[in-house]
Design a protein around this ligand. Structure first.
Ligand SMILES: Nc1ncnc2c1ncn2[C@@H]1O[C@H](COP(=O)(O)OP(=O)(O)OP(=O)(O)O)[C@@H](O)[C@H]1O
Length: 646
């Protein structure tokens, strides 16, 4: 008797979820097992082709389904590559991908259901889904080229056993002993041939190997009447067993686009790419020419949970004449479109192509190029014709496009700049750079922008008012990468980008400028006094031309901006070179505070120190910087309040 082994901890949790699943789509178990069977045949197919192995009869590849009513069992067999003992252990004893599975304790029934949906959606539980419908599962398997077969069996609860077994040919046979029926679930339906036929047609029609099953059919057994003869009153039928192929076997991407329904595309995507959500967009094309290929690509409806993490794998599946070659061929998809899932099938690619060769393959480069252009044009079309849809896309993957502009020293900026969206102060929604430029005021030189943590806060920033009052539109940037992307872009349609908290805004008339210069001259000592009080904290203290209602603000010289400084400081390794934006304290000469400063300074030049420090701290807070000494700040405010009350 073989020793029982326990599932690895996380597999066990997932199994528990499957066993007790209240997930309503239990029927997907069949799709998962057929898909594994098809993968196993693909592997042997590919191996026999690439190694020129004539011992394998490729025309005999198939998946066989058997209904065993007596034992209440459903059997799924394939003559694919099979598994040896280690692979059985490795593949069915653990979930390889489960490292990041975070199971939550004490979930309610409703939450459990949601979690099952989530997990099935995000991880594609594959083989384990068998336990949604079966109380016991046996896997009899023999690896191609090996003499020994093994049987893995488990009722999930107490682990599994692996024993040596007898099997004539290579491949895998999976027997599912169905659960007892409950009030909610009738597992007997998986013993009905028409139900199984329906499920195969629904989920696995495109599988490129025959899925066969012996089916009971009614066959007419009396002699057909010849023409002109009278028909017998009752034609005679008998039930006969017939081997039927249930699937059409034509890969979806080889079928005529006009004959494929949205549901078929969705099912295909969800099944193949383990996504519970429907894709947002399907891109299905065939190209004939120097290199001929078909692609079926999808833009996911939701960013995968690990999209911005390292374990997310980009790339398309690669097929050659319908034969699967490899998963995640990275070379087919540029980094900035890494969210696209799908496959490429080309008759011009060698079956022997290895991952290493992909990088240098000329045909593949041509395909990748076409794919990049196709994705861009699909996105542009969506942007132009279906704005809401595009904004949905942007919410999911806009960050990726912005990174794409910034990465590789801006190499892809020309391709991507038309796809960018930013929030507009004027439109109060997302706009393209093109729309911004088309709306620019006469004489407007720059594309103005301002950064901050969220739209509402940016809208309140002191500097924003002045630019808005002048009638100019401002782009509000809220993602860390935004300013870096704009810096790489430099300009759009010859219009330079301008951060409104940096440098000279140059918005005033000559008269206003003169007025300001005069005021600065008159208050030279006061400004000097404030600068002296603040010392090295600020580069300069000046009379502001940016402010309308607010008393003070910070600005910086052109070059490093406050937002960039913040992003650098937030990096894991910190701000390595201590790079800082210059800090210029600007004071509004038309604000009451300015008169107060003048008065205080005139009475006692030293007394201006506290005012200077308070104003500087305020400006820091508005800009989203921490203040150096919050206790001191609070104390000073209190002192002022007390003084004011006397
Ligand atoms: N019929 C089979 N023949 C050979 N190997 C199989 C078979 N079924 C499963 N396996 C092996 O077990 C592994 C685990 O299967 P499982 O369905 O859990 O995950 P997967 O197929 O890798 O991923 P997913 O189902 O999410 O696409 C497979 O990767 C494969 O190596």
């Amino acid at each position: 008797m073989a020793r029982k082994k326990q599932f690895k901890a996380e597999s066990k949790r997932l199994l528990d979820l499957m066993i007790n699943s209240i997930y309503t789509h239990k029927e997907i178990f069949l799709r998962e097992l057929i898909s594994n069977a098809s993968d196993a045949i693909d592997k042997l197919y590919y191996q026999s082709l690439s190694e020129n192995d004539s011992a394998v009869d490729r025309s005999a590849f198939k998946i066989h389904l058997d209904i065993d009513k007596e034992n209440r069992a459903l059997v799924i067999s394939d003559n694919g590559i099979g598994m040896d003992k280690e692979e059985l252990e490795e593949n069915l004893g653990t979930i390889a991908k489960s490292g990041s599975l975070a199971f939550k304790e004490g979930l309610s029934e409703e939450e459990k259901k949601d979690e099952a949906v989530d997990i099935i959606g995000q991880f594609g539980v594959g083989f384990y889904s068998a336990f949604m419908v079966a109380s016991r599962v046996e896997v009899l398997t023999k690896k191609y080229g090996s003499d020994t077969a093994y049987e893995w069996s488990s009722d999930a609860v107490d682990g599994y056993t692996i024993e040596e077994a007898q099997k004539d040919s290579c491949g895998t046979t999976i027997t599912l002993y169905l659960k007892d029926n409950t009030d909610d679930d009738n597992y007997d339906e998986y013993l009905q041939q028409y139900e199984i036929e329906r499920l195969v047609k629904k989920y696995s029609d495109y599988i490129r190997f025959p899925i066969e099953m012996m089916m009971e059919t009614q066959k007419r057994v009396d002699e057909e009447t010849a023409e002109g003869e009278e028909k017998p009153a009752e034609p005679k039928y008998e039930t006969v067993l017939e081997l039927k192929t249930l699937n059409s076997m034509i890969p979806l991407w080889k079928r005529n686009k006009s004959e494929i329904t949205k549901e078929e595309y969705n099912e295909f995507y969800q099944d193949k790419f383990n996504d519970f959500h429907e894709p947002q967009r399907v891109i299905h094309t065939s190209v004939e020419g120097a290199v001929s290929f078909s692609t079926l690509m999808f833009i996911p409806g939701k960013a995968p949970y690990n999209y911005y993490q390292q374990d997310y794998k980009k790339g398309l599946q690669l097929y050659s004449r319908g034969v699967f070659i490899m998963d995640n061929a990275e070379e087919l998809i540029p980094e900035h479109f890494r969210f696209v899932k799908g496959l490429v099938d080309s008759q011009d690619l060698s079956l022997n192509i290895s991952r290493e060769m992909l990088q240098h393959d000329r045909q593949l480069k041509v395909i990748a190029n076409r794919i990049e252009k196709k994705i861009k044009s699909e996105l542009l079309l969506m942007l132009r014709n279906e704005r809401e849809e595009y904004e949905k896309f942007w919410n999911n993957f806009g960050l990726q496009i912005k990174f794409g502009v910034y990465n590789d020293y801006g190499m892809h900026k020309d391709l991507l700049q038309d796809l960018l969206l930013f929030y507009s102060s004027k439109e109060e929604k997302l706009v393209t750079l093109d729309e911004y430029v088309a709306r620019m005021e006469e004489g407007q030189e720059f594309i103005y922008f301002m950064s901050g943590d969220k739209i509402e806060n940016i809208d309140q920033m002191p500097t924003v008012k002045k630019v808005k009052d002048k009638g100019y539109e401002i782009l509000y940037l809220t993602d860390n990468v935004d300013e870096f992307a704009l810096q790489v872009l430099g300009s759009f349609k010859d219009k330079k980008f301008k951060n409104i908290s940096q440098g000279d805004l140059n918005l005033d008339s000559e008269e206003e400028k003169k007025e300001l210069e005069k005021k600065a001259e008159e208050n030279k000592d006061l400004l000097g006094g404030i600068k002296e009080a603040l010392g090295e904290k600020v580069k300069e203290v000046k009379i502001s031309s940016r402010l309308v209602d607010d008393p003070v603000c910070l600005s910086s010289d052109d070059g490093m901006s406050f937002e960039m400084e913040k992003v650098l400081s937030a990096m894991p390794e910190g701000n390595p070179y201590g790079m800082k934006a210059s800090r210029i304290l600007e004071i509004n000469p038309n604000h009451e505070i300015f008169k107060a400063l003048q008065k205080v300074y005139a009475d006692d030049a030293n007394a201006v120190k506290d005012y200077a420090e308070l104003l500087y701290d305020q400006a820091l807070l508005i800009e989203g910087f921490p203040i150096e000494n919050p206790t001191e700040f609070a104390k000073k405010i209190c002192d002022f309040m007390v003084k004011a009350s006397k």
